[in-house]
Design a protein around this ligand. Sequence first.
Ligand SMILES: Nc1ncnc2c1ncn2[C@@H]1O[C@H](COP(=O)(O)OP(=O)(O)OP(=O)(O)O)[C@@H](O)[C@H]1O
Ligand SMILES: [Mg+2]
Length: 365
Amino acid sequence: MKGLHIHGVSHAYGNNKVLNNVSLTIPTGELVCLLGPSGCGKSTLLRLAAGLETLQCGTIVIDDQTVATKESSLAPEHRHIGLMFQDYALFPHLDIVANVCFGLIGMARDKARARALEMLDQVGMADYAKVYPHTLSGGQQQRIALARALAPEPKLLLLDEPFSGLDTNMRQMIREDTLNVLKQNGVATLMVTHDPEEAMFMADRIKILGRHGRVRQSGSPHDIYYKPNDEFVAGLFGLMNRLGGVVRDGAVETPLGRVGAGGIADGTAVQVLIRPEGIVLSGGNTGSNPGIPVSVSSTHLLGHSSIVSVSPDGNSGDEYFARVHREFSPELEDTIFASIEASDTFVFPLKEDTASAAPIGMAAE
Ligand SMILES: Nc1ncnc2c1ncn2[C@@H]1O[C@H](COP(=O)(O)OP(=O)(O)OP(=O)(O)O)[C@@H](O)[C@H]1O
Ligand SMILES: [Mg+2]
């Protein structure tokens, strides 16, 4: 099958084990995001695929050709890969068209130039062929780096946090444009990010790496978000309400109401995770079962949503975070009720490594 196959790759720097038996397949035309906290080995896996790091264990195959095993390694320049890192690494002494031509070694000059101009056109930078990199914004440099990586028609594109240097608005625009260009070029792409929203936006499939490079889950953005394997994956998407409990009669009783235990056996100690958007606040007149009466202790407007801190009436020690669309004005309501949305609520058996499941996605807010 065309594309990238990584099979059983483990890696250590001295005693520091950074990847643990990672396997991954990306068919041509698909984009897979590697998502995980800082230091979990994302860049290491990318560097191994590129041939910039020596493989210690496993195999790497690109378009049916084995490019690396423990015993043998094809040089990076023969792997037909396009690389793009966070700093773009454009050559300051070359104009834009020469930068894009750089990877087209062996092609006749006029042909290489025509190909470079074609790529510049695709990324919307055809008018900038003769300028030098220092005169361009970060977003424009990113487009040039993408054109340069794609010009030689690589079999595999490796992107390491390619948008992290851009501001929020520019990032959103460039992500969309990049996705269009990648789909147009039909290349297998492995992209590293630690921004869960970015992974959701870009990826056909997401692979989550946890501490020491252990794969925690692989799946579509939908599955990762709505069917997380464990609390580590569920916790990637930012602020979470975490409650303890025990399963009784197939459900867990929480201060905000009963939550189905999803088949976990009665008597099991569990953690219940509720996303802030899974706690629905209402004025009480909206339905027959509005939920539990709560008091609001604070609200913070984040822009497109607000985070509202609530406690069940008569239990001010228990505090939960609810996300409300736009601004929330508790003074307009006599009584506020909270109810739980099942699709944003997850129940997992309590495990020993619970303490390591820290959310990393708050920055995306
Ligand atoms: N050349 C190296 N020599 C020794 N240790 C290294 C080397 N490169 C990376 N490491 C270590 O390996 C671990 C994984 O690093 P890696 O760069 O793959 O993480 P990452 O997931 O890309 O993190 P980030 O999100 O911060 O970029 C880290 O503990 C790092 O310090
Ligand atoms: Mg990295």
